[in-house]
Design a protein around this ligand. Structure first.
Ligand code: ZN
Length: 300
């Protein structure tokens, strides 16, 4: 560790003490986004079945180890035990402490896994990572998903991606998640499917791939072409059928999660992502490359 120490914080977490040093160092100069070649741009789909799916690469799928689920039985047992004790008694304090330790353990497992995963994704072959602008809030209303979503913690994953990218001088780009599971990445045909359908079979271009892989490829494509419709229609992305399709397809028909990053990560993401969201992509028309497929779906 080198650099000038600016601040030292002492923190206590579950009877453990930490010294946190805030150090000033030379920052990594971010690469010029205009020079990023297309093969160094990765699209990434986030989900509950597979935590992340990248648009290509040998290790393109990462399962999420359900840390909370693994410790759930222990947590429940302790909670039950705690409920039988008198409030404020010595034994209730002891059990509460064990419970807090267990939650800390799960949190650390999750942090460790996500940190390592972010480092793996933002490897030497990736300069720009395109993610969906997630919205867990509405999904949390679904109680069947809520627990898994809390366990997966997509918000903290996105924050980690942004931080790491800044550190390495790379870029994170967010695109609108609407319709990313429904459009065909290749021909932009609308291929409706509900959550249980795991395959993407396009009737137009006959592509048959997994649903998550199609999403990852589409996310990458949207990232390369600029993210409609947030660019105000100034980019060639406007020519693509996606923005006009938005008005034509009923949201309930879409069967796709329309997500917002929720809770405590929202503000943090906004602070961190401000620069990233206003990514240089949309300001450099020369960056918008010819669409992967020249044909546009007929919107008539
Ligand atoms: Zn297709």
């Amino acid at each position: 560790m080198s650099g000038r120490v600016n601040r030292l914080c002492i923190k206590r977490d579950c009877t453990e003490w930490y010294a946190i040093f805030l150090i000033e160092t030379e920052s990594t100069q971010p690469q010029n986004v205009e020079n990023v070649s297309e093969n160094r741009i990765r699209g990434c789909d986030l989900g509950l079945e597979k935590f992340i799916v990248l648009d290509e690469g040998s290790n393109s799928k990462y399962e999420y180890p359900r840390f909370l689920q693994r410790s759930e039985l222990k947590i429940k047992r302790l909670q039950k035990h705690l409920s039988t004790k008198r409030n404020g008694s010595r034994s209730s304090r002891e059990i509460a402490f064990r419970l807090a330790r267990l939650h800390l353990h799960v949190k650390r497992q999750r942090e460790d896994y996500q940190n390592k995963l972010v480092s793996t994704i933002l490897n030497k072959d990736t300069d720009v990572l395109v993610l969906e602008k997630l919205s867990v809030e509405s999904m949390l209303k679904n109680h069947n998903l809520a627990k898994s979503l809390n366990d997966a913690s997509f918000g903290s994953f996105a924050v980690k991606c942004i931080k790491k990218a800044k550190l390495l001088g790379k870029h994170i780009l967010f695109v609108d998640p609407w319709g990313t599971s429904q459009f065909c990445h290749n021909c932009m045909e609308w291929v409706p499917k509900d959550l249980s359908e795991r395959k993407h079979n396009c009737p137009t271009c006959k592509i048959e791939i997994s649903r998550d892989l199609n999403s990852a490829k589409l996310i990458r494509r949207l990232g390369i072409q600029g993210s409609p419709p947030s660019d105000g229609g100034s980019s060639p992305a406007e020519l693509l059928p996606l923005p006009s399709f938005r008005g034509m397809v009923n949201k309930s028909e879409a069967g796709s999660q329309h997500l917002d990053v929720g809770g405590r990560h929202k503000k943090r993401l906004r602070q961190l992502g401000e620069k990233v969201l206003a990514c240089d992509f949309v300001h450099h028309p020369e960056l918008f490359r010819t669409p992967v497929v020249a044909t546009h779906a007929n919107t008539d």
